[in-house]
Design a protein around this ligand. Structure first.
Ligand SMILES: Cc1cc2nc3c(=O)[nH]c(=O)nc-3n(C[C@H](O)[C@H](O)[C@H](O)COP(=O)(O)OP(=O)(O)OC[C@H]3O[C@@H](n4cnc5c(N)ncnc54)[C@H](O)[C@@H]3O)c2cc1C
Ligand code: FES
Length: 295
């Protein structure tokens, strides 16, 4: 691993979510297939790993290649802890979508990627009696670390979170072969509920059916966090609003820099006075209150 470089000296500037960003060319420690088209990449990067918290992301670029030129944003899945209890690396889980992820899926341990982060804000650390995580497809990735944090299994960065009374994951996929890490989620002690579009695993139907069931059972308590395709997040946001349950969404807007420079990642966000403004998902997000997003 080359020595990480901090993005800039922020002593004279407004605080900014990318201020603590480090960049390094890092060696792939592992790149394992978890499910159909779905892989878990592990790299050693202690400086980044000690500071990243659930909901933040990293940018990954294929070192030495001009095509694709740009990095791709991938959410923190988990950090790696060595036998001595030191946090040494990060894991991301990605689904093959296009050029970058297809090439990355061919990488072997020992090859290099360029990586920068931690980036973005984070899920709220606010205490809750019931944290309900709703994931559509590859949108499950930010919830491994968040689940461990709210179950008291792990802590991340400097933040300390009060253990939630209960943590539930509602996870929907197209079909059985796409479900990733279900056993690992269950091993954390989570209440895991699955749905598939074709009925090949779990409930035959939408992940919003699972959320409705959880809210019926718990009397519309706790709060919801959600990540997945936009149409699914819009449906989750509507249901949470109908039940007066707070909801945060993690937007997956395509990004170029991840640092707040290029404005390629803007989302339409409602302001306190009811008007809308365009916010950069990479620095003012990716986590937003669902009620503020114009889906
Ligand atoms: C904050 C954040 C966190 C993310 N975390 C993860 C993660 O943990 N795991 C993961 O697999 N993916 C994640 N993504 C999405 C991921 O960045 C894209 O899938 C990836 O950039 C695709 O790169 P590619 O070169 O393989 O595909 P491209 O060639 O860039 O795109 C292939 C196809 O996918 C579409 N596409 C590309 N990006 C997106 C997107 N963001 N949303 C919808 N369609 C898209 C393109 O329009 C195109 O049709 C995240 C995105 C953001 C913004
Ligand atoms: S990706 Fe460049 S400003 Fe957000």
């Amino acid at each position: 691993m080359t020595a990480p470089v901090t993005s800039h000296d922020a002593s004279h500037a407004q605080p900014h979510f990318a201020d603590g960003c480090q960049f390094a060319k890092v060696t792939v420690a592992a790149n394992d297939r978890l499910a159909r088209d779905t892989y878990r990449l592990r790299v050693t990067f202690p400086g980044l790993a000690r500071r990243i918290v659930p909901g933040q992301f990293v940018m990954v670029r294929l070192a030495g290649l001009n095509d694709p030129l740009l990095g791709r944003p991938l959410a923190l899945y988990d950090t790696v802890v060595d036998a001595a209890g030191q946090v040494t690396g990060v894991e991301v889980v990605y689904r093959v979508m296009g050029k970058a992820t297809a090439r990355l899926s061919q990488y072997q341990a020992g090859q290099s990627v360029e990586l920068w982060g931690p980036l973005g804000n984070a899920f709220s650390p606010a205490a809750t009696e019931h944290l309900i995580m709703v994931a559509g497809g590859i949108g499950h990735t930010p919830f491994m670390a968040l689940a461990k944090e709210f179950l008291g299994v792990r802590s991340y960065g400097q933040r300390r979170v009060e253990r939630a009374g209960r943590v539930t994951l509602c996870y929907g996929e197209r079909s059985a072969e796409y479900f990733a890490a279900v056993d690992a989620f269950r091993a954390t002690g989570l209440d895991v509920r699955l749905s598939s579009d074709d009925g090949s695993l779990g409930h035959h139907g939408r992940v919003t059916d699972l959320l409705r069931q959880v809210l019926d059972e718990n009397g519309n308590r706790g709060r919801v966090v959600c990540c997945g395709p936009e149409v699914m997040m819009a449906a989750v946001a509507r249901l949470a609003a109908e039940r007066s349950v707070p909801c945060q969404v993690s937007l997956e807007t395509p990004m170029a820099c991840g640092l707040g420079i290029c404005f390629s990642c803007v989302a339409k966000v409602r302001q306190a006075d009811g008007t809308y403004d365009y916010k950069r998902t990479c620095v003012e997000g990716p986590i937003f209150d669902a009620e503020k997003i114009e889906f």
